[in-house]
Ligand binder design. Structure first.
Ligand SMILES: NC(=O)c1ccc[n+]([C@@H]2O[C@H](COP(=O)([O-])OP(=O)(O)OC[C@H]3O[C@@H](n4cnc5c(N)ncnc54)[C@H](OP(=O)(O)O)[C@@H]3O)[C@@H](O)[C@H]2O)c1
Length: 271
C-alpha cells in the first residue's frame, strides 16, 4: 500500500467505496476488504449504510488507529446544527468515536461556506473528525474553502475519461489530496482497448491499470466500489508494478469530458 501523508494522517491511496452496498452485503464487504488489506473505507450519510459499515468494521476486529474512515454531510444539512447533528449521527451509526475525514458531500447555493467550515473545524477541535474536506467542489470553490479552513481533500469524479485538471492544480497548489470517485468509470474502462493492451503488457486487467494510473499520481487516492471478493482483491493488487511516464500520459490523453455523476443540484464544473 502507498500512503499520502497529510496533516499528520496517513491516507491509504486505495480505499473501498460503499455507495449502494447495504445490509449484510455491505457488512461482509467491509469485513472482507479489511481482512485482505484495505485500510480506507468511504461512506456517507446519504448512502444509508453507516450502520452496516460500522458492523463490518467491528467484525473485522482491527485496531481503530489502523483504519481510515471517511463520511460525508449531505447538502441539505449544511447549517451549524445540521452538520453537528449529522456527524454525531454518523459516529453513532458507525460505532466510532471519530472518523478520519468528514467531507461536505456537495456544495449548495444556500450554504454559508464560512459557517459550514467553522462548524467542521469545531468538530475537528473536539476530535470527532481528524481531518476535514469537501467533495464535488469546483476549483474556485476549493480556493474559497481553503482561504477559510484547512480542508485537505476534494473528492471528485476522476477517471481516464474526465480530466479534472483545474481541480488537480488547485488541490496540489494547496498541498491537498484528490480522492477519485467512480475511479473505473463504473466499469466502462473494462472495454477500453488502450487499457486492455497495457494490461496485457503487465499481466493486469484494465481496471488494475486504471487504478494504478490514479494512485501513481501525486496526492491522488481512489475508492473503487466492489461487491465481490474477487473484484475487491483484484482492485488491491496494483502495488507490484508501475506505469512509465509515457503510459501515464497515454491514459491522460483518453479524456473526453465524460461525466457520469451530474445531479440537478451540481455546481458549475470547471472542465
Ligand atoms: N462524493 C460523491 O459525490 C460520490 C459520488 C459517487 C461515488 N462516490 C464514492 O465512490 C465510490 C466508487 O464509485 P462508484 O461505485 O460510483 O463507481 P466505480 O467504483 O467506478 O465502479 C463500480 C462498479 O465497477 C464494478 N467493479 C469494481 N471492481 C471491478 C473489477 N475489478 N472488475 C470489474 N468490475 C468491477 C463494480 O461491480 P461489483 O460491485 O459487482 O464488484 C461496480 O459495478 C462509491 O462507492 C462511493 O463510495 C462518491
Amino acid at each position: 500500500m502507498i500512503f499520502i501523508d497529510i496533516n499528520q494522517e496517513r491516507v491509504p491511496v486505495l480505499g473501498l467505496g460503499t455507495f449502494s452496498l447495504k445490509g449484510q452485503a455491505c457488512r461482509t464487504s467491509v469485513t472482507d476488504a479489511i481482512s485482505i488489506g484495505y485500510r480506507h473505507i468511504d461512506t456517507a450519510k446519504m448512502y444509508d449504510n453507516e450502520e452496516d459499515v460500522g458492523h463490518g468494521i467491528k467484525d473485522a476486529a482491527i485496531d481503530r488507529d489502523d483504519l481510515f474512515v471517511t463520511t460525508k454531510i449531505w447538502h441539505t444539512d449544511l447549517t451549524q446544527s445540521g452538520i453537528t447533528a449529522g456527524l454525531e449521527d454518523s459516529l453513532q451509526k458507525l460505532q466510532l468515536d471519530y472518523v478520519n475525514l468528514t467531507l461536505i458531500h456537495w456544495p449548495s447555493d444556500d450554504m454559508n461556506l464560512k459557517e459550514c467550515l467553522e462548524t467542521l473545524m469545531e468538530l475537528q477541535q473536539q476530535s470527532k473528525t481528524r481531518l476535514i474536506g469537501v467533495s464535488n467542489f469546483p476549483a474556485s470553490l476549493v480556493k474559497e474553502a481553503r482561504a477559510i479552513a484547512p480542508v485537505i481533500c476534494n473528492q471528485v469524479e476522476y477517471h481516464p475519461y474526465l480530466r479534472q485538471s483545474s481541480v488537480l492544480n488547485v488541490v496540489r497548489e494547496h498541498g491537498m489530496m484528490l480522492t477519485a470517485y467512480c475511479p473505473i468509470a463504473k466499469g466502462e474502462v473494462l472495454q477500453d482497448q488502450n487499457l486492455i493492451d497495457l494490461g496485457e503488457k503487465y499481466g493486469k486487467s484494465p481496471t488494475q491499470i486504471t487504478l494504478r494510473w490514479l494512485v501513481q499520481q501525486e496526492n491522488v487516492a481512489a475508492i473503487p466500489k466492489a461487491s465481490s471478493h474477487e473484484h475487491r482483491a483484484e482492485n488491491l493488487d496494483i502495488f507490484d508494478f508501475s506505469l512509465t511516464d509515457e503510459e501515464m500520459n497515454h491514459i491522460h490523453s483518453l479524456s473526453k469530458n465524460h461525466r457520469l455523476i451530474n445531479p440537478e443540484f451540481a455546481p458549475v464544473w470547471d472542465d
